[in-house]
Design a protein around this ligand. Sequence first.
Ligand code: CA
Length: 559
Amino acid sequence: MDLATILLAALLPADPGGASDSYFPADPIRIEAEDAALSGLTIETSRAGYSGTGYVAGFDSADDSLTFVFTSETGVYDMLFAIAQPSRFGSWTITIDGVLREGTFVGASGAFVERKAINLFLSAGEHELVLNAPGVEVDYLLLNPVVYDPPTVPTATLADPQATPVTRALLYFMHGQYGRQIIAGQQNLSDVNYIKSVTGREPAMGAFDLIEYSPSRREHGSNPGRSSENWIDWASSDAIVKLMWHWNAPTDLINSQSQPWWRGFYTEATTFDFAAALADTSSPNYALLLRDIDAIAVQLKKFDDADIPVLWRPLHEAAGTWFWWGSKGPDAFIALWRLMFDRLVNHHGIHNLIWVYTHQRTHDDWYPGDDFVDIVSCDVYADDQSATMLSDWQDLQNLYGDRRLVTLSESGTLPDPKVITAYGIWWSWFALWTGDFIRGVDQQYLTEVFNSDFVMTRDELPNWRSTVSIESVVAERKLDLSPYPNPARDEITFRYSLPESAPATISVYDLLGRRRASIDLGSSLTGEVRLDDNLQSGSYIAKLQMGSQSVARLFTIIR
Ligand code: CA
């Protein structure tokens, strides 16, 4: 994390909703089976090695039940039972707060051993757990809290070295935000407005589709109208814009009754061979690729002209192969991605783009490369409405998490922020797909999600544009500087150390980069110095400079 990222993080509300502070490691919960409520079961003591005053046996009917009532804190727990069982497989059913789960204990054992049943999220409060496990003897229940760390924040770099200041500011802001709150997005302007009307909160990010600007659709009469202008108006100077493009193939549309022209972004609706086009830069079809990218450049330029950065997510879900840009394998796809990058960035000079690549599980060889991608995303359409998408998150974290933000660019279900963050899942943003996907979400639940402390809505966005002036302040670690106490309620003191005896200065800047104080130090190698300046409440940077070396630290004054 560079200093600019830290500083931008500091611009977030002082208490980010308590979001990442909510999950302290809870204590394990252990309950002896013989202390639970038994139905059709008996307490035994003949098998040695139990804890407490005995163990529970006699599961021989589906009506038998062992009921535990316990109180937990909010968080994720591994649920284990200390059991003995004569056979290798012992099936179980667990009803937790009325929800039935089923599984199997694996491994015969004459001694009591802890076997994990499930891993689950529990809200703070009282819970009821009912166990039935034929042939299994139960010594105790153990719930072990599992703490998932928030993600590593990667270094904020942009694939486009000429990215505009506001584009850099947005990415830096998003890096600072990562692991603290998830930015609320939504596909489609009418659905953004729907969420606002239902929940009272507006998504911070609008996700829009340039589909109707595809030249081959316009040739068939589609009319995007003033879509770009409307999105620009909506975004104003505060909201975040994400654009995608269901690129209708430039030519060779099948255009039959079953594959009409307007399905032309699907592989099955076109015979267009873009790999062949790319292989011959003098071919008419290559020229058509450029024609289409150029048409989209016109739209992207409008955002640039309005000084609105764009999270640009073209050529999505390629490895799924259902879109034509994924129909010719990874090499052709990567070539097309890089052509688009070069055409937009270098040829057209569009420098307001943050490039978002959509990864498909197991297709790791489709990645266009760090020089062409800023953020890596996935689109997840789960069957289970309560899906956590943990494995999708972990997959992206393992592949890209050390160097790119990871996000949920599309989903068919709305993950519960309080549950997924307990699992350490901190997508940069989420954006539910349009239409029935969003309209079908229970409105009370929708309201909870958009009012969650873990979710950042439009009204909660800080002025991320103003933060870019801090960029020039770079942390180095050759000197050391430590403000204390931090935060400080009245006066702040700086402890410092120097690598050699030489003149050095501590300067204090506010977050707009204005110098507010300066202290010349003696030449002792270590020391401390008090700041005699009544700074107002807020966050500041203290920068220790010695010759060409410097180190900067953030501190906060609270009055
Ligand atoms: Ca026991």
